[in-house]
Design a protein around this ligand. Structure first.
Ligand SMILES: NC(=O)c1ccc[n+]([C@@H]2O[C@H](COP(=O)([O-])OP(=O)(O)OC[C@H]3O[C@@H](n4cnc5c(N)ncnc54)[C@H](O)[C@@H]3O)[C@@H](O)[C@H]2O)c1
Length: 301
């Protein structure tokens, strides 16, 4: 049985639930939200939605006892309206740290033995705080990190160069936030380094497009949902199926003393291997800056 729990079924949690069900990634799905009316509505709508599906997911209401044999907890509780007029993921920390303080002891005492996949912002700091308060092994607490930003980078390149995304290799790394950057030295199109194809000016434009991609969506609809739901679902699938997906997730970097996004192998036991990129001198400087940013955010908790 593949069992996932989602804590916080707002725009992101509910779209992730829908994605897990429609892509046949789960057998059992437990939903939690502090707003009872939202929770009941989402459970009902998802139930309606799966009526014509061949696979029927067991949809379960909020019961902490269900966490004991849950494989993956997806943490997506927060309040997206905080970003209105305040375009920095750091803005949500005052609220989201209190949600971690509420849920971490519950998760710890539930007998949960699986993997936590955090989406809630600021993603790297909240993932670290979840690990610290649940006291789960570091490899079993992961954040979606720069997986979505890497998707946004591929979107920008694919549109600008008119190439299929499958031809694009490479990563956005660092904080899931303003100090993230495209590690251009890792990016290849059909095996050719992109730096041999595009000028630095064009790379700068694409870097900004990747960083601002989320705000384009946010400004239009007040939240983002599909991009992150697809990333969360594929990472959850990698854990459930033990498929060794290499993806830029937020995970603990011993040398840096914090959680930060970079490519890592995701398997049934969580993070099984980290793949440090060979960065250029300029990229190393950006890496140091992003690490400092994460440390100073974490220090405010
Ligand atoms: N990491 C990423 O790439 C990424 C992408 C998009 C959104 N996000 C983040 O994901 C989170 C959710 O975004 P959203 O658009 O769904 O927000 P939202 O405001 O639509 O939904 C948040 C949900 O969390 C619930 N909630 C609040 N406090 C709770 C608590 N104590 N216990 C249980 N549930 C609680 C709310 O009732 C609400 O239903 C935010 O932190 C957002 O910034 C991250």
């Amino acid at each position: 049985m593949r069992k996932v729990a989602i804590i916080g079924v707002g725009h992101v949690g509910s779209t992730t639930a829908y994605t897990l069900i429609s892509k046949n990634i789960v057998d059992e799905l437990v939903l939690f939200d502090s707003k009872d009316t939202i929770l009941k509505a989402e459970l009902n709508d998802l139930m309606d939605g799966q009526m014509e599906q061949a696979n029927q997911v067991r949809l379960i209401g909020p019961d902490v006892a269900e966490l004991a044999d849950t494989d993956v907890i997806i943490f997506s509780a927060g309040d997206i309206s905080i970003f209105e007029g305040n375009p920095d993921r750091f803005a949500e920390l005052n609220l989201t740290k209190t949600i971690v303080e509420e849920w971490a002891p519950v998760i710890r005492d539930s007998g949960f033995e699986g993997i936590i996949l955090n989406i809630t912002n600021p993603c790297d700091v909240i993932t670290q705080y979840l690990q610290e308060l649940t006291e789960l092994p570091q490899e079993r607490v992961i954040g979606t990190g720069t997986s979505l930003d890497t998707g946004r980078m591929k979107h920008a390149i694919s549109k600008s160069m008119k190439v299929h995304p499958s031809a694009i290799d490479g990563y956005v790394i660092g904080e899931h936030g303003e100090s993230q950057f495209v590690a251009w030295s890792s990016v290849r199109i059909g095996g050719t380094p992109i730096s041999e194809i595009l000028t630095d000016d064009r790379l700068d434009v694409l870097d900004n497009a990747a960083r601002d991609g989320g705000w384009v969506t946010f400004r239009g609809k007040g939240y983002t949902s599909y991009g992150i739901a697809i990333q969360a679902a594929r990472i959850a699938e990698a854990i459930l199926n033990d498929n060794h997906l290499v993806v830029p997730v937020s995970h603990y970097h011993q040398a840096e003393g914090c959680y930060v996004g970079s490519p890592a192998k995701v398997s049934r036991q969580g993070i099984s291997e980290s793949f440090p990129l060979k960065l250029s001198t300029a990229e190393q400087e950006k890496w140091r800056h992003t690490i400092q940013t994460i440390h100073s955010m974490h220090a405010t908790i």
